[in-house]
Design a protein around this ligand. Structure first.
Ligand code: THU
Length: 132
């Protein structure tokens, strides 16, 4: 199976684990890291709504826990009718572990749409901005 298909499969499996009783909007993510390992994540909501966690953040935490440090590719899937592009907060989280070559991909209607972090978060704030 191609890496892309593995990412789609793992993102879909993660989406099935989503805990989204409030929005009924399930999201799955699968990251290919710098060690060529795959880490999945799903959204986990909470009765205190703002405390919910997005699928991207969950996959990033799993990557870091497993020793990964950079995102080569990420694949997103959702139960939504429209393309699930990452929310603003997730764009900033992805920025931390992405570079110009990182592929941010969404599988929707049997098609993969690809973005770069620059597409999604131009003029972003990152560790370079913190230098004194
Ligand atoms: N969600 C994600 O997991 N990732 C995104 O990039 C967009 C939104 C989740 C958060 C919430 O559980 C549900 O989708 C509806 O916003």
């Amino acid at each position: 199976m191609t890496t892309k298909n593995q990412l789609i499969k793992q993102a879909q499996a993660a989406m099935k684990r989503a805990y989204a009783p409030y929005s009924n909007f399930c999201v799955g993510a699968a990251i290919l890291d710098n060690n060529d390992k795959i880490h999945a994540g799903c959204n986990v909501e909470n009765a205190a709504y703002p405390l919910g966690v997005c699928a991207e953040g969950s996959a990033i935490s799993n990557m870091v826990l497993s020793g990964g440090s950079r995102i080569k590719e990420i694949m997103l899937v959702s139960t939504g009718e429209n393309l699930v592009t990452p929310c603003g907060g997730c764009r900033q989280k992805l920025k931390e572990f992405s570079d110009a070559k990182t592929k941010i991909q969404i599988f929707h209607n049997n098609q993969v749409t690809e973005f770069s972090i620059e597409d999604l978060l131009p003029h972003s704030f990152s560790k370079e901005n913190l230098s004194k």
